[in-house]
Design a protein around this ligand. Structure first.
Ligand SMILES: [Ca+2]
Ligand SMILES: [Ca+2]
Length: 270
């Protein structure tokens, strides 16, 4: 099983290299001197990933699931929960957000997106063991934030808008099982996929039918963050954001904007 997973990931990495063209506006693989990173290797620097919660501590570490370097969340506890904005992704409207998730704990990863204030934006929560589900919720309803989902009352019939069983069965809590978490947001349409990478031929391709689908018109645009609730000793890797065309289109190119962003950051840092 481990060999099959590694080969899947090697295929994935080669696909990234081939297709990391116009429609991908952000790609962090956390490798040193990465040529695949979009808009550039700056997105892989630990200093670019600044948690909103001072109690959360990221590290770059060897990922037992992907066999490469990943972003490791070293602290556990509900009090360490919160967002880390994707560096430079400040005005996402339509497209795909995807990351590879693994867990050494029983809690949850997530994407917060179209995030325009502390209490405005969407949350897609990728639960693992304690909450074996995908949750769609709004920050506007008190969800997400620097607390666990049971504390915010946003799971199991609370203020969340939709909760669907993740259908993954028992998830291994040693960071060796790599899951693909994908959110597609096009206008009011939100679709979520959550699959084991060992079961898909191409992690950037067709993942089959989405597990969760919902329509909501509350938020049109804003930043994207990786969120977690108490997801200590756990990894993310290969964080991707695309333009409106997702992985398939050829026309959308917001890369120029991101490049301009990085140029301004570098200028400001001088
Ligand atoms: Ca990596
Ligand atoms: Ca939990």
């Amino acid at each position: 099983m481990a060999k099959w997973r590694l080969s899947s990931i090697l295929i994935a990495l080669s696909v990234f290299t081939i297709s990391a063209s116009a429609q991908i506006v952000f790609f962090a693989d956390f490798e040193d001197n990465s040529s695949a990173a979009v808009p550039g290797p700056e997105v892989n620097e630990l200093s670019a990933w600044v948690p909103d919660n001072g109690g959360q501590v990221w590290e770059l570490a060897d990922h037992p699931g992907t066999g490469s370097q990943g972003l490791f969340n070293s602290q556990e506890g509900c009090g360490t929960s919160g967002n880390t904005p994707l560096p430079g992704v400040t005005n996402f409207s339509d497209g795909v957000m995807q990351m590879l998730l693994a867990t050494g704990d029983d809690d949850s990863w997530g994407f917060v997106f179209r995030h325009s204030g502390d209490d405005t934006g969407y949350l897609v929560m990728f639960g693992t063991v304690e909450t074996p589900a995908i949750i769609f919720a709004r920050l506007d309803d008190g969800c997400g934030g620097q607390q666990c989902a049971d504390q915010s009352g946003c799971e199991n019939g609370g203020a969340e808008l939709l909760q669907i069983d993740h259908g993954l069965g028992a998830i291994t809590m040693d960071n060796t099982q790599v899951l693909v978490g994908r959110v597609e947001a096009i206008g009011s349409s939100i679709k979520v996929w959550y699959v084991d990478i060992a079961n898909v031929a191409d992690p950037m391709g067709d993942l089959g039918a989405p597990t969760l689908e919902i329509t909501d018109t509350t938020h049109a645009s804003g930043g994207v963050s990786v969120w977690h609730e108490s997801q200590g000793v756990s990894f993310i890797d290969d964080v991707i954001v695309t333009g409106a065309g997702g992985f398939d289109a050829t026309a959308v190119d917001a890369q120029g904007k991101a490049t301009t962003y990085w140029a301004s950051v570098k200028t400001a840092a001088r």
